[in-house]
Design a protein around this ligand. Structure first.
Ligand code: ADP
Ligand code: MG
Length: 331
């Protein structure tokens, strides 16, 4: 029922940035090459994600909004998660906590649109759309005053949206991203833009790093490429001279998913222990990739923790891989 849906939804959607994360992950799952995120009032009144992905056929729109109808998990799959979407509850959750509308078109098909508000689904209507999908979420938490109260200032929520989008953009350098604040109406103001990168993985990531952390950082970062027993780490890490006063410039990914994991952050810190003072933080974009059975990234839907089957192995890879690169650079 609607109340239970709203409670469950709160687990997935804590604030505008978590809605943006779910919607952009869906666009990535749909194979989008260009994703635009518009928001107003820190995402509280409006979030709109436009993509050029595969789209949803009109008949499938009600299904996409039904809880667990699309979950790709069955018992056997639990440790074998490849795509971002595996819970099948982001859209139903958003439809329970805001006014959600999805307009979509599959190549060669008709465009359709569906709206859900307060968990009540409308009928599929014809829409005008060239292709891809536009998901619009209005008035997040309008029916949940308790949650509304916990939202921070527009500025803080906008900052969180930008941070989430940059994390996703770091992991997908071949996809173009645009973030626009349309609070004032009209064309709005582009607050972040990263065009699709090309070249090999390191080239593409280097270009994306320069967009997100600045070319000064990217041009002076250590290239990381290390392997230990089935765990592979690639990316870039800062020279000690390019460290920062905070840890916000640490971008960590496991099998393509942005994570904030204590063990990994601790390992990063440990690797730099001898070359950085305690109040400095190395900027880094590190990707650990492995067979999905070696790691569980589904510890909690709204958090981004990971559980490696062998945490010591993962820690060892991060510490030794970074120390090796630092030593090669003379540190
Ligand atoms: P999940 O991503 O876990 O499957 P969601 O509730 O996030 O669950 O999305 C439900 C389904 O709707 C997806 O599995 C997908 O089939 C479809 N969908 C959602 N967003 C998009 C999109 N932007 N483009 C194409 N299909 C989408
Ligand atoms: Mg999803």
């Amino acid at each position: 029922d609607a109340a239970i849906n709203r409670i469950a939804a709160g687990e997935v959607v804590e604030r505008p940035a978590s809605a943006v994360k779910e919607l952009v992950e869906n666009a990535l799952d749909a194979g989008a090459r260009r994703i635009t995120v518009d928001y107003a009032d820190g995402g509280k009144t409006l979030i709109r994600v436009t993509d050029d992905g595969c789209g949803i056929a009109p008949d499938d729109l009600p299904l996409a909004l039904s809880r667990h109808a699309t979950s790709k998990i069955d018992g056997s799959d639990l440790l074998n998660i490849h795509s971002f979407g595996f819970r099948g509850e982001a859209l139903p959750s958003l439809g329970a906590v805001g006014r959600l509308s999805i307009a979509s078109r599959v190549a060669g098909g008709e465009a359709g649109e569906i709206t859900v508000s307060g968990g009540q689904m409308g009928k599929v209507r014809p829409a005008a759309l060239n292709g891809g999908t536009i998901v619009t979420l209005r008035d997040l938490f309008h029916a949940t005053p308790a949650r509304l109260k916990f939202m921070r200032t527009d500025r803080a929520e906008a900052q969180a949206i930008s941070d989430v989008l940059k994390r996703l953009a770091m992991a997908e350098p071949y996809v173009g991203f645009t973030l626009r604040d349309i609070s004032g109406g009209g064309e709005g103001r582009v607050t972040f833009r990263a065009d699709a990168e090309s070249g090999d993985m390191f080239d593409a990531l280097h270009g994306r790093l320069a967009r997100i952390l600045g070319s000064d950082f990217a041009d002076n970062a250590l290239r990381i490429d290390a392997t230990r027993e089935g765990l592979h780490m690639t990316g870039y890490a800062a020279l000690p001279t390019y460290s920062r006063g905070s840890a916000v410039a640490q971008y960590l990914f496991v099998n393509g998913r942005p994570v904030r994991d204590r063990m990994m952050i601790g390992a990063l810190r440990a690797a730099y222990m001898d070359v950085l003072s305690r109040d400095r933080h190395p900027a880094a974009a590190l990707f650990i990739d492995c067979d999905p059975v070696l790691v569980d990234v589904n510890v909690h839907p709204a958090k981004s923790e990971v559980r490696f089957r062998d945490p010591g192995l993962a820690r060892g890879l991060i510490v030794s891989g970074l120390r090796h690169a630092l030593a090669e650079a003379g540190h």
